[in-house]
Design a protein. Sequence first.
Length: 390
Amino acid sequence: MMNPFVYDIPTKVYFGPGKLEHLGTELAALGKRVLLCYGGGSIKRSGLYDRVVAQIQGAGLELWELPGIDPNPRVTSVRQGAQLCKEHGIDVVLAVGGGSVLDCAKFAAAGACYDGDPWDFSTGAATPQRALPLVTVLTLAATGSEMDNGGVITNLETKEKLGRGYPCMQPKVSFLDPTETFTVSRYQTACGSADILSHLFEIYFVTGDESMYMLDCFKEGMIKTVMKYAPIALEQPDNYEARANLMWTSSWAINGFAGAMQRSGWSCHPMEHELSAFYDITHGLGLAILTPRWMRYILDEDTQGRFYQYGVNVFGLDPALPPREVAERSIDLTEQFLFQTLGLQSTLTDLGIDSENFEVMARKACGGKILPGFKHLTPQDVEHIFEMCL
Ligand code: NZQ
Ligand code: ZN
């Protein structure tokens, strides 16, 4: 029987150029004192910072800032954000940037309503019951953080990168203007596209009772969308159609709709979070390196049907070919897309990573026991997959 589910995606989205003119009104409806969170300066270079500040000032709101949020956002920034909110009686948190900025803002918004250390929300030691309202302005199509309630925070001291989601952290309003992603570099465009694809693979490669025909078609359509438009965005960074398709797919890949029936966990993401925690690498790059290895490792009699469907429906492979051949070809084509079309580095060795920490990383990825997914993985399995990436 197919799994029952709840549909609830309470983020209001403004999509397209010009919609930022509603930012001031939306913020004003949520409060008077705004904390603006952003990263290392891309929004200043693009002019978005000025447009956002103009909206805040135009609406007569008061502004505080949390700048300098790093990729793989640190818990230190989260703590700083929560502290600023408490000190200044902030009413609403505004995140302007990529997934790292949005994730940090989510945990800071929850930390603002909590007496303890907001890292507790990442470890699961505490569950946030409340958070300040969050508004986002997205500048990079990748994580889907603009329309989900999750976030991933890094603690450099403990070498942990932990992802958690809580309903109170769901953005109230998100502004998605594809033209704001015209300035995203070739590398970050490729990594973001690999991340979107991985979100789709994590929910596409599931057992029969975890999906339905309608959702399969939707997921296959989104996978094809990324494969069609990412190469165009790489060659023509200001191609609106390509950027718009990537941006809206980034939101829908992970906003809870397409994966609603899934019960089993994700596979490549927990493995990648260990890579980022130990080596501070770009999330999408780590996923790209892991994905084809994971696929090859789990391909067997039980899983090949799903890879066959993927090969036929996404790559248009001949359905009359033997299922194993279609499955293997589909993995070859995935690999080709990630490393040749997107041009991403293909091995951990390329990134200067060796096997030194694989055992401990594998154990952590499995939470000490097992990584439950499309195919359950033991720490030994995960270690083997890391080794395949060398
Ligand atoms: O810091 P700035 O100067 O803004 O530059 C950023 C950063 O260097 C730059 N950038 C962003 N928008 C730009 C731009 N450069 C030029 N023009 C623009 N318009 O891109 C760099 C990377 O930014 P980052 O926010 O780190 O990228 P991304 O959006 O890929 O976020 C990655 C983080 O999100 C987490 C990842 O683990 C990682 O920590 N994830 C969050 C998820 C979620 N909330 O649901 C799910 C994902 O699976 C993922 O784990
Ligand atoms: Zn991801």
